[in-house]
Design a protein around this ligand. Structure first.
Ligand code: AMP
Ligand code: ZN
Length: 477
């Protein structure tokens, strides 16, 4: 299946060719750890997770790096305003690194709830100051950067491709810029690599005096350290395209003389009431808040991955409820197949069953190979589930094959919470007995099956979409 992605750099879908056959190196811009991450942030992080899981599904060995920004990200994303992390530290009367640790832990906890496969490394900016200083020195040596009064700026006019990612031109940017903001800069678009500011709480020694790094240099320095000067895929949210990623390209390519990144993937924003969900607007939800409202964590994951990453996703509670129903449909099928895998008659896999599975896996692969077309991929899964539910008289081998197929697909989607082995077969059998009793309108038999399930420490809930859900009772270990 030809794998292709929409590359922000070339503004077209391109066939994916890894630099090294069979291996893919990915760098994702991670969180700025000054507040709890919201579901908008996680939409972007989940695009990286889906991408990574799918590449693994296709047999690639993936190396994934995601940075943790704990210094240098200023309020306006460029060179003006306070450092987001330090603002928070002052507000809470804490040390910047205490703030960073607290919110980084919050990010890791939420990533776990969302079943995100951890990156191979999460390098922190404050632990890579030496690497950043080295890169700034190279940029000065190569005349791409200049030092003034303890600050170092990148001269954007020296990098001929500046603007290629975002489509901006220096002339247009200058025309839109406020004039005379910073007399130290040779050009209004020059950006800071190193900043001198006596009031800044976090300071490091450097050849240009005490100071702290700009935001963009961290990702250039850390990606080259862990992935090399040239790597396959860089991800982020659409707001990272400019200035952050444009500046990363300018820094990295000027320093190394090599092509920095082959494919740039950017997730469009998650919206709430038609507006970008963001910390600054305050219109946000965290994963914990949604769980407190009674939504299941895998439904949050499902909702956030279920629309194409190049389209905005408008977050609603109805969307979350629809996600719960979709998951229940998959889960019910898994329960039924699990039951059959234990109780159906022995037999061989029929040609029809094998071909159903082959078509499903091939179509799923084809859908996601086309720039991660998740809607198509989900449609393939639900078609398969419909067929699997219809299949009467399937044998143990076929039930197992169907289960394996759903599990293989879920290795990419990551939404099935209760693995089949978590719910004992006798409980599933009782649930099926009750379902049959209800279908027969034999309420006494149905109730006794439910009681028996409860006595064994499980809760059976009927779900609006039809079918049921089995959960462990909270008071049983
Ligand atoms: P930050 O913690 O602000 O540095 O953001 C972390 C990541 O979340 C970045 O890649 C942003 O592009 C992304 N992001 C922020 N808000 C949204 C949103 N509403 N929808 C999608 N991605 C977002
Ligand atoms: Zn970055």
């Amino acid at each position: 299946m030809t794998l292709q992605f929409y590359n922000t750099l070339t503004r077209q879908k391109e066939i994916f060719k890894p630099i090294e056959p069979g291996k893919v190196k990915i760098y994702s811009c991670g969180p700025t750890v000054y507040s709890h991450p919201h579901i908008g942030n996680f939409r972007s992080f989940l695009v990286a997770d889906l991408l990574k899981r799918f590449l693994v599904f296709k047999g690639f060995k993936v190396t994934h790096i995601m940075n943790i920004t704990d210094v240098g990200h200023l309020i306006d994303d460029a060179d003006e305003g306070a450092d987001k992390l330090e603002e928070q530290a002052k507000k809470q009367k804490k040390e910047p690194l205490e703030i960073a640790k607290f919110y980084a832990d919050s990010f890791f906890a939420a990533s776990k709830l969302l079943n995100i496969i951890p990156a191979d490394r999460y390098p922190k900016a404050t632990e890579h100051i030496d690497e950043m200083i080295e890169m700034v020195k190279i940029l000065i040596d190569k005349s791409y950067a200049y030092a003034v009064n303890g600050n170092v700026y990148y001269d954007v006019t020296k990098f001929k491709n500046y603007g290629q990612l975002s489509g901006n031109t220096i002339e247009d940017l200058n025309a839109g810029a406020r004039i005379g903001i910073n007399p130290e800069k040779k050009n209004p678009q020059d950006f800071a690599l190193w900043k001198h500011d006596e009031k800044h709480l976090q300071q490091w020694a450097s050849p240009w005096g005490k100071g702290f790094p700009g935001w963009h240099i961290e990702c250039s320095a850390m990606s080259s350290k862990y992935l090399g000067d040239e790597f396959d895929i860089h991800t982020g949210g659409e707001d990272n395209i400019f200035p952050h990623h444009e500046c990363e390209i300018a820094q990295s390519e000027a320093a190394s003389g090599k092509k920095f990144v082959h494919y740039w993937l950017h997730a469009r924003f998650l919206l709430f009431d038609g507006e970008k969900m963001s910390k600054s607007k305050g219109n946000l939800y965290t994963i914990d808040e949604l769980i407190e409202k009674g939504f299941r964590k895998n439904a949050v994951r499902y909702a956030l991955i279920s629309s194409h990453y190049k389209q905005n996703y408008n977050f609603t509670f109805d969307g979350l409820r629809a996600a719960e129903q979709a998951i229940d449909k998959i889960q019910q099928c898994v329960f039924r197949l699990t039951d059959l895998a234990g109780n159906a008659p022995q037999g061989e896999i029929s040609e029809q069953s094998q071909s159903l599975v082959n078509t499903c896996l091939a179509d799923f692969d084809e859908a996601l190979s086309d720039d991660l077309n998740i809607s198509k991929a989900l449609a393939v899964l639900f078609d398969f589930i419909r067929e699997a539910n219809k299949a009467d008289g399937i044998n143990i081998a076929e039930a197992k094959l169907f289960l394996k197929t759903i599990e293989k697909i879920d290795s990419v989607l990551g939404i099935l919470e209760t693995k089949k082995e978590d719910v004992p077969e006798e409980i599933i059998a009782l649930a099926e007995k009750r379902k049959q009793a209800r279908a027969d309108k034999d309420w006494a038999r149905a109730d006794s099956a439910r009681d028996e399930i409860a006595a064994k420490g499980w809760i059976l809930e009927d779900i609006p979409a039809g079918g049921y859900r089995i959960k462990r009772r909270e008071d049983t270990p």
